[in-house]
Ligand binder design. Structure first.
Ligand SMILES: [Zn+2]
Length: 411
């Protein structure tokens, strides 16, 4: 592995995520874990170590801004029943809660680590991880702690989100009673332990009302946490307007969003995080990606990998492909949504998701020559090499004509 500083050079397509259009080969100087310089190889500063990526497609590391990895159990039977016509009631979340509460720390931590490894192996360099299958003070704090412990074992950058308001647990009485517990007991403990950067709420029919969601998110903001929402997924409940009004960093799902909701987001700084995986599995409609983009809303694409409505870990290459094939985005818009869009959805726009001077050197060389492969190959595009903060975090030994190699300059 080349020592920092080093040059990455290539003759292929470089998405920053806007395509690099200067002379070839291009070069990126990595120093102190950041991108220190980018331009034509002929103008690049000299370094001892050079990694040549030949004609491979190179993009920023992918940012998966919506996942739920802290759970045990299997609900694929529910998916089969739903796909055969049974309605989604959300009751299945409580089944996962029971399986997760019964698990040991080691079991849950190992499950999270496996899921993070799958993401890393498919080009995700930054990932958001939610709690939400514990639904009590003890269990939610445990989930956030175990996400942190799993993250500490791996180079992937993890952003933690507290999702105590994922469902009302059976032992909580009413939604109102549990909302009070989330806002007044669990949230202060999460903040005091510095166990999460964000607070999220599942705002929808049969989950949390607009009033309950606002109460929880205002409490979270008051404690210094960032806020985000599951909004307008199953019903057009007005979650997007609430997210915009509260200045949420992101409103996620939005399958039922209408023109008024698009306008509300367009007038705000809230990112629209779209999740084509569960939208397709749930058959409940697709989010209006094209109207959102045309209205100037910042759009992110994320996987929403979870226990019950989309179970694929390491699916971001597929998600990019679905953004184009199912949501009407161009391939470049889809790649941008999975990089700069995801970074914006996590409040990390200055450091992640773009190959710019001063950003973290998170980049992926793909076993592909053009971003069209994400749409053409649907899910099978894999990284050749992945760097996080300038450190090689994964490499394959795939035999490919354009297989990258490392050379050394001897002046
Ligand atoms: Zn979700």
């Amino acid at each position: 592995m080349p020592a920092d500083p080093f040059l990455v050079i290539g003759r292929g397509r470089l998405l920053r995520p806007k395509p690099y259009d200067g002379p070839l080969p291009w070069a990126i100087l990595v120093r102190d874990g950041q991108i220190a310089w980018l331009g034509a190889r002929a103008d690049a500063p000299e370094t001892e170590a050079i990694t040549d990526l030949a004609d491979a497609l190179v993009t920023p590391g992918l940012v998966n801004a919506h996942t739920h990895p802290a759970f045990l159990g299997d609900r694929s039977d529910e998916a089969a029943a739903r796909l055969a016509g049974a309605p989604y009631t959300g009751g299945g979340i409580l089944r996962t809660v029971a399986a997760t509460r019964a698990g040991s720390d080691d079991e849950i931590r190992a499950a999270i680590e496996d899921r993070l490894r799958a993401e890393l192996a498919s080009g995700t360099t930054t990932i958001e991880c939610k709690s939400g299958y514990g639904l009590s003070t003890t269990e939610e704090l445990r989930a956030l702690r175990l996400i942190g412990e799993a993250a500490a074992e791996l180079p992937i950058r993890v952003v933690r989100t507290f999702l105590g308001a994922h469902a009302v647990p059976p032992d909580a009485g009413s939604m109102d009673e549990y909302t009070k517990v989330v806002a007044e007991e669990i949230l202060p403990a999460v903040a005091a332990g510095e166990l999460a950067e964000f607070c999220d709420v599942f705002c929808d029919r049969d989950f949390f009302s607009l009033e309950a969601s606002e109460r929880i998110l205002r409490a979270a903001a008051g404690l210094g946490l960032g806020i985000r929402m599951h909004a307008d997924q199953l019903t057009r409940s007005g979650g997007a307007e609430l997210a915009a009004r509260l200045g949420a960093t992101s409103a996620d799902h939005l399958e039922q969003l209408d023109a008024a909701g698009v306008a509300a987001l367009a007038g705000s700084s809230t990112v629209a995080t779209l999740l084509p995986g569960p939208a397709i599995v749930m058959r409940g409609g697709l989010p209006p990606a094209r109207p959102l983009l045309d209205a100037g809303v910042t759009v992110a694409l994320a996987s929403d990998a979870n226990a019950g409505t989309f179970g694929a870990w390491g699916a971001m290459p597929l998600v990019i492909g679905l953004g184009a094939t199912m949501l009407g985005m161009t391939m470049q818009e889809a790649v941008a949504a999975a990089t700069t869009g995801g970074a914006a959805a996590l409040g990390l726009a200055a450091r992640k998701g773009a190959l710019e001077v001063g950003a973290d050197a998170d980049l992926v060389a793909w076993d592909a020559e053009h971003e069209g492969a994400f749409g053409l190959n649907l899910g099978s595009v894999r990284p050749l090499q992945t760097w996080i903060g300038g450190t090689l975090a994964g490499a394959t030994s795939m035999a490919r004509s354009a297989r990258p190699h490392i050379e050394r300059n001897h002046p």
